[in-house]
Write a new protein. Structure first.
Length: 241
């Protein structure tokens, strides 16, 4: 992109929120980068390419629809479904992270500021499973449809209500569920492709991240200059600039 001012706020948000993210999903049920990159994905297409390990069919349709709205494809780059982020999330749920084994998960639990750490007895698996069920029940009551069956404008409105805590869910706080969805979606978008997401390394190209390249001498010799080469995955796969 030649003019930063033309980049939409969503892409700028993704650029600014990149952080060091612990990646624990290194499953064996991998979709190869080449097979995903060769296909332009709608949620329906991804359903035929991958069989989820954790999510059931109804839950999987929700994950595809929700992540597709959190990071939709646009003229500046592919979205979450295009990059395989639902696959990343599904794999995370079957790793220690999904079971909450990476955190201190004993009581007492209390509502507190984020700086004091995670304060819920619910694991990521619990949040996704209970949250999806609650949202689908709400959608059935108010729209007579599942979330994945709604128009995109309706899905966006529901996600906004979740983010603002305006949706009353029976088993999980709506803001906590939205935070879980958004964090996992961003993690998958910036992950190494070997973990399931970021299959074409589009996000790395967006922020100028070289990936797993071993030699940065040319960068140190030219400070402040754009990185001249395309990113490289841990697997050795490369993508052009």
């Amino acid at each position: 992109m030649s003019k930063k001012e033309n980049v939409p706020p969503r892409r700028i948000f993704l650029q600014k929120t990149l952080a060091i993210i612990p990646l624990t999903a290194l499953g064996s049920n991998l979709i190869t980068m080449d097979s995903l990159a060769a296909t332009s994905h709608s949620p329906n297409n991804l359903s035929t390419l991958y069989s989820p390990l954790f999510f059931n069919e109804i839950e999987w349709q929700f994950v595809l629809a929700a992540t597709n709205r959190l990071i939709p494809a646009d003229q500046y780059g592919p979205g979450a479904v295009d990059e395989g982020i639902p696959i990343f999330i599904d794999k995370q749920m079957e790793q220690p992270y999904g079971y909450g084994h990476l955190w201190y998960m004993h009581g007492p639990f209390a509502t507190s500021v984020p700086e004091l750490g995670y304060q819920s007895p619910l694991t990521p698996r619990d949040l996704w499973r209970n949250g999806i069920q609650d949202v689908n029940v709400w959608c059935q009551q108010h729209h007579n449809k599942m979330f994945a069956e709604l128009e995109t404008a309706e899905q966006d409105e529901i996600l906004t209500q979740l983010e603002n805590g305006a949706l009353e869910l029976s088993s999980v706080p709506s803001e906590l569920f939205f935070t879980q969805m958004l964090e996992n979606t961003k993690e998958g978008y910036f992950s190494d492709p070997i973990h399931g997401g970021n299959q074409t390394m589009a996000s790395w190209k967006l922020i100028g991240f070289p990936g797993a390249r071993a030699d940065y001498q040319q960068v140190m010799d030219n400070p402040g200059q754009p990185y001249p080469l395309g990113p490289v995955s841990i697997s050795g796969k490369k993508r052009g600039i």
